[in-house]
Design a protein around this ligand. Structure first.
Ligand code: HEC
Ligand code: HEC
Length: 260
């Protein structure tokens, strides 16, 4: 069972919380490079008590990389100290206890629930902290973060939040920064009656995706809903020019609009 936390989930076995590339990344991030780990671990309640130093280290790097945090996110430093080696065995930080809950949860999911699935693939998806956390301590989706910003400070607050996230996370798997996210968001936040907001969100999206056919599609539908048919036709035609995959859909939309 020593392999439990850092090997792949194999058919018929319990999982592993896998950290394939994590060990490598973890050492690049090396938050506490001077930290030395002692050989004897005294307070393991979930991991096997006889785990090797290597395996433990790999597991811990999987945590830091999966959650985008440093060791000290879970491990308390001696009182009053900003630097220096944490007291690894201490349970003073609630985050460490939460991490144990997460480990138990994953054992249950992998051992009990995943074991029941009947699709029977030969290979198995690696199930790790990162599967949910994607490099953040609380695994928010960007839509939820932006909805909160919008509700508290309106559109300006949403765009400034979006730009902050984009700057920090572009090119990572942490947040969906694709072309469809913002155009679809108005309806998620506001609901059916969202044409004006859809227009605003989609026009703002052109700042980042000026060639996005999908965005012009949303703009066209919004113009149509707002009663500006001529503009709607132009937008839809432009959408189809930019993205040939949309041609059929645009054709049907235009016909529907003509009939109305
Ligand atoms: C997300 C929280 C979290 C992060 C981040 C984290 N750890 Fe841990 N660590 C734990 C938990 C939980 C345990 C106890 C596991 C158990 O009870 O089986 C633990 C145990 C340990 C232990 C064993 C202590 C003992 O004697 O019982 C060491 C050493 C350790 N971690 C080092 C590290 C290092 C080094 C890092 C940074 C690379 C790190 N940890 C990052 C949660 C974390
Ligand atoms: C099945 C999805 C899932 C997996 C897998 C998962 N987590 Fe979580 N975790 C969550 C969710 C959801 C929350 C947020 C709860 C909240 O704050 O509302 C969370 C919260 C946490 C927190 C608390 C963060 C805070 O600041 O409050 C820690 C620490 C944590 N997870 C550690 C881990 C570790 C370590 C692993 C791998 C052993 C892991 N999680 C695996 C879903 C997951």
């Amino acid at each position: 069972m020593t392999e439990l936390w850092n090997t792949r989930w194999r058919a018929g076995l319990l999982i592993g919380v896998t950290m394939a590339a994590a060990a490598l990344l973890g050492s690049l991030n090396a938050s506490e490079p001077q930290a030395q780990m002692t050989e004897k671990f005294t307070n393991l309640k979930v991991l096997p008590k006889d785990i090797s130093r290597d395996e433990l280290e790999k597991t811990m790097h999987g945590f830091t990389e999966g959650l985008g945090v440093h060791c000290s996110y879970c491990h308390v430093r001696p009182q009053g100290q900003q630097r220096g080696e944490p007291d690894w065995a201490s349970d003073a930080k609630p985050e460490k206890q939460t991490a144990r809950v997460m480990m138990e949860m994953m054992k249950r999911i992998a051992g009990t629930e995943l074991a029941k699935i009947t699709t029977n693939h030969q290979d198995h998806v690696v199930f790790s902290c990162r599967t949910c956390h994607r490099g953040q301590a609380r695994p928010w989706q960007i839509q939820d973060v932006l909805a909160t910003a919008y509700r508290s400070g309106g559109f300006d607050s949403l765009t400034s939040r979006y730009e902050g996230i984009r700057k920090k996370y572009y090119g990572t798997d942490t947040y969906d920064l694709g072309e469809q996210m913002l155009p679809d968001l108005a309806e998620t936040i506001i609901g059916e009656d969202s044409a004006a907001a859809s227009l605003r969100f989609a026009e703002y999206n052109l700042k980042w995706f000026p060639q996005s056919g999908y965005t012009y599609l949303v703009i066209g539908h919004a113009h149509d809903a707002l009663g500006d048919k001529d503009q709607a036709v132009k937008d839809l035609q432009h959408a189809a020019e930019l993205d040939p995959k949309l041609q059929e859909y645009v054709q049907r939309s235009l016909e529907r609009m003509k009939r109305k």
